[in-house]
Design a protein around this ligand. Sequence first.
Ligand code: FES
Length: 151
Amino acid sequence: MTAPMPVAPCCLTRRQVLRGAGAAAGTVVGASVLAACAQGADPGQAAESVRSAGAGTVVIAVADVPVGGAASAEVNGQPVLVTQPAEGEVHVFSAVCTHEGCTVAPGDGELECPCHRSRFALEDAAVLGGPAPEPLGEVSVTVVDGDVVLA
Ligand code: FES
């Protein structure tokens, strides 16, 4: 039997919270824990909010995005991931997970959601594993004078 995969405290599922607590107390504890965990972000709305920042909005300097990796940034108050799978090839994706809205982070050659371990590809944010049902939302960008900017 394998050991259970560690899960960040803020990322327990409702079932995990209720299983680990008493019936009545579990409801209260579960509600507070889940409220703290809930990102409340809708993936589609988050990507649209990023796009609404408008063409020319600077996201990050290309030099701040590792080749073969990704960097976190924020546009219009929304978390985004900027990837550079190959030198000079940059993509911007909403960092709002398509599973339950947690914020996805740069991983080792991929993008990783800390909540339930969904993994996404650097090139197109395709789902590589985990419960996420769809890729992360992509935002069109271009490079101007060394900066990644919204197209
Ligand atoms: S919110 Fe569940 S895998 Fe991201």
